[in-house]
Ligand binder design. Structure first.
Ligand code: IPM
Ligand code: MG
Length: 379
């Protein structure tokens, strides 16, 4: 039996749009690991978004705040959609995903891009381009133009309006995310590519100088290269297999990670982890979420791809639950399900049978049983 004090606390927040549907499937997967592999965790479900707003006036009600506050890991679904227009801007902002990233200081956003050969047919890029694609984008998530002040929309003397935002980075903000990238690279192929726009922006000039300085003093064993963001976007579709770890600022990372999703076959496949600083007890707050967002056009139809959320659980197993073998097992199971032909609409090649969200969850759970069984035979 697990002692309750050793339990890792997971808050499950499905949110809006397709968030609840895909999160239900990844929660089944988490439950499987608790029941079948003895992963010591407690799950607490909490609501977010339009539903609690209509009931309580808050998109992020007290109960959810408490669940997230106490959690070691948050499994997050999605936020956004047309009905959110019913929520006044201030109420939405107070409980927004951006405010949570900021509140928990989740500065290192990891977005792994892995192309599964089984998806070569349905992928928008050619199979030869997708060969051996396996890299991680580390996006700075708590600063840059997303949070810089001043910002706003003002009316000028001549009656025109002017919108403005501020791109900004400090030494420490650059160094801590660069450190995360160098440390990750050491566990992989040992290469970091830093992406900026240092030919135009001062923030990027500083970014590049700080990355170079940190590299020289602490990480000279890691291979470091630099790309301007426009070139990086091109290289990601031209030859994505050249990358190992890519580190960049908030807005560049937002754009490049959607672009890179095409090098994995589909946006629906992409998981992510957002990590905070390590506290004095060695704990690190983390939020795991699929990259795809709320996809309101397909919400409620049970056709969304739950694999981005399920693969986010694999990241949670590896990074918060400290279960690398279980993380590998889950990734193998997803791979096996795909190799067996399991496809949701977004990754279906012409003529392929399309599974519902729940059926894809079933396919992964079946594959988990099989892969785990095989591993026991070989043990
Ligand atoms: C992402 C999303 C968010 C972002 C939106 C929903 C605010 O696009 O996580 O990439 O821009 O960071
Ligand atoms: Mg985005």
């Amino acid at each position: 039996m697990n002692d309750l004090s050793n339990m890792i606390k997971v808050a499950v927040v499905g949110g809006e749009g397709i968030g609840p549907e895909v999160t239900t499937q990844s929660q089944r997967v988490l439950n499987w690991f608790a029941a079948k592999r003895g992963v010591p965790m407690t799950l607490r479900e909490a609501q977010y978004g339009i539903i609690p707003y209509l009931a309580t006036g808050k998109v992020l009600p007290e109960d959810t705040v408490e669940a997230m506050e106490q959690a070691d890991a948050i499994l997050w679904g999605a936020t956004g959609g047309p009905e959110t227009k019913e929520v006044p801007a201030a109420a939405r902002k107070a409980g927004s995903l951006l405010s949570m990233r900021s509140k928990y200081d989740l500065y290192a956003n990891l977005r792994p891009i892995v192309a599964d050969p089984a998806l070569a047919e349905s992928a928008p890029l050619k199979a030869r381009i997708l060969k051996d694609v396996d890299f991680v984008i580390i996006r700075e998530l708590t600063s840059g133009i997303y949070f810089g002040e001043p910002r706003g929309i003002e009316t000028l003397a001549d009656g025109q309006r002017r919108g403005f935002n501020t791109e900004q980075y400090t030494t420490n903000q650059i160094r801590r995310v660069a450190r995360a990238a160098f440390e990750l690279a050491r566990t992989r192929k040992g290469r970091v590519c830093s992406v900026d726009k240092a030919n135009v922006l001062e923030t990027s000039v500083l970014w590049r100088e700080e990355v170079i300085a940190l590299h020289a003093t602490e990480f000279s064993d890691v291979e470091l290269s630099h790309l301007y963001v426009d070139n990086a976007a091109m290289q990601i579709v031209r030859e994505p297999s050249q990358f190992d770890v890519m580190v960049t600022g908030n807005i560049f990372g937002d754009i490049l990670s959607d672009c890179a999703a095409m090098a994995s076959g589909s946006l629906g496949m992409l998981p992510s982890a957002s990590l905070g600083p390590v506290d004095k007890f060695g704990r690190r707050k983390a939020l795991y979420e699929p990259v795809h967002g709320s996809a309101p056009d397909i919400a409620g139809k049970s056709i969304a791809n739950p694999l981005g959320s399920i693969l986010s659980v694999a990241m949670m197993l590896r990074m918060t639950l400290n279960r690398p073998d279980d993380a590998n097992l889950l990734e193998k199971a997803v791979h096996a399900a795909l190799a067996n032909g399991a496809r949701t609409a977004d990754i279906a090649e012409p003529g392929a049978k399309k599974l519902s969200t729940v059926e894809m969850g079933d396919a992964v759970l079946n594959a988990l049983e099989k892969v785990a069984g095989k591993e026991r035979e070989h043990a």
